[in-house]
Design a binder for this molecule. Structure first.
Ligand code: MLT
Length: 238
């Protein structure tokens, strides 16, 4: 890896940032944390789609519909967007069709990249080891919240960049990568407090009964997993 940059929302990512590069898509609260958890717990593949209609159209045997609108499970779906719902006994061996407000859109908007990898705090070290072994430049795509900057994703991006810089002197930071690294290094040491102080989506989830999800999504390096998109299926490469 040589150059690294950051797109701050799903809507902000440009083809010129991703073409020929590795896109690393982050939606800490909660889509990318859900994808990592589901694959770790034995899901066969995650199929990201943008709309509820697409999800219903693709529904078939041995697959589950999953995701959220305004944070809650859509009517007629099997699973919501809480990582703790994705238990092995429910999802092992199944395809999961996933549609979320920002996370699955960030994946779609990264489609010009040579590779698309899904990242969260849960699989941070596995991701960093992989990136350091690759020759391509990297664009970290933060999902954000409805096209607004979101502090959870920004701090995860900063944590990834900070870790890469600790492990290699060859990392070349763009302005956006430098800014995210600096942000993480100044307030990321106390993640819960930083998000409590400045993350709207963190407060929204906490006030709507999802506090245990939030705690879970902020745990680091729980899964040695590398979710990668191939033919519109996200599967694990670790
Ligand atoms: C999203 O993709 O917008 C999020 O994962 C929303 C959520 O917290 O469920």
């Amino acid at each position: 890896m040589n150059k690294i940059e950051v797109a701050t929302t799903a809507g902000a990512v440009q083809a010129t940032q991703t073409q020929g590069n590795i896109a690393v898509v982050i939606d800490v609260l909660r889509a990318s944390s859900v994808i990592c958890t589901a694959l770790h717990n034995g899901a066969k593949a995650i199929i990201p789609v943008e709309t509820l209609d697409e999800a219903f159209t693709l529904r078939s045997e041995n697959c589950l519909l999953a995701g959220e609108r305004q944070g809650f499970k859509p009517e007629g779906f099997d699973l919501g967007n809480s990582p703790l719902e994705y238990k092995p006994e429910i999802i092992a061996g199944k395809d999961i069709i996933l549609t979320t407000t920002n996370g699955t859109r960030a994946i779609k908007n990264s489609r010009d990249a040579t590779e698309i990898i899904i990242a969260s705090f849960l699989n941070l070290d596995a991701l960093c080891s992989y990136l350091l072994s690759q020759p391509l430049d990297v664009c970290i795509v933060c999902a954000g919240t409805e096209n607004r900057f979101s502090l959870d994703d920004a701090l995860c991006a900063g944590n990834i960049i900070s870790t890469l810089c600790e492990k290699s002197t060859a990392v070349n930071l763009t302005d956006s990568a430098f800014a995210h690294k600096t942000l993480y290094e100044s307030i990321g040491w106390n993640l819960q407090q930083a998000l409590q102080d400045g993350c709207t989506h963190y407060s929204y989830l906490n006030h709507n009964g999802f506090a245990t999800d939030v705690d879970f999504c902020l745990r680091k390096n729980v899964f040695n997993i590398l979710p990668k998109l191939s033919n519109n299926h996200i599967i694990s490469y670790c």
